[in-house]
Design a protein around this ligand. Structure first.
Ligand code: HEC
Length: 157
């Protein structure tokens, strides 16, 4: 019995070591003019929320704590980043047309209000990313104001 347990442990440990050689490419791009913080005069409190709670999955630059670099955690994190960027990439904001921007702003307000964003697993590991009721209200106000501004500018062009 003891021998079997030892063999299983050795296989598990070796397996764990082997999978460390399979790491996803880190999400480390450049900040360009298309970034939402370059495109708009985003209020400071909102900029802080986006950077602290959203950019790790919804931008071209992720901050990786050490445990995010360990397989299989790194694979899960990579999945979240790819799916998250697919839905919304704040680094490529400027490439959206006005309709997509306005719909996305609406979705941002909804997802944060429903507390479905940021993801639960992320909030668990990053308690600072949790949004207070005041922060959620501030996001809603900002998304409404920015939508109105975008609409107004599109009419005056
Ligand atoms: C841990 C990664 C992660 C973080 C952090 C995160 N998101 Fe997401 N987000 C995702 C993933 C994955 C999806 C796509 C799957 C889904 O909708 O659950 C997504 C989808 C979305 C969508 C599209 C929803 C839809 O169904 O159309 C919006 C809007 C969004 N996120 C906003 C935010 C905002 C705002 C924040 C910060 C307050 C945030 N997210 C933080 C991973 C993340």
């Amino acid at each position: 019995m003891r021998k079997i347990i030892r063999a299983v442990l050795i296989v598990l440990i070796l397996g764990f070591i082997v999978i460390q050689f399979f790491q996803p490419t880190p999400n480390k791009g450049e900040i360009t003019d298309a970034d939402i913080l370059q495109q708009h005069d985003v209020p400071e409190n909102i900029g802080t929320i986006l950077k602290e709670s959203c950019f790790d999955c919804h931008s071209n630059i992720t901050r990786y704590p050490w445990y995010d670099r360990i397989s299989p955690v790194s694979w899960m994190v990579d999945d979240h980043i790819r799916e998250g960027k697919d839905e919304l990439n704040f680094s490529e904001w400027g490439k959206l047309d006005i309709y997509d921007k306005i719909t996305t702003l609406e979705e941002i307000a909804q997802e944060t209000k429903r507390k479905t964003m940021p993801l639960k697993s992320y909030k668990f590991m990053h308690p600072n990313a949790r949004l207070s009721d005041e922060q959620i209200a501030a996001i809603e106000k900002w998304t409404t104001e920015l939508s109105e501004e975008l609409l107004k500018n599109s009419f005056s062009e």
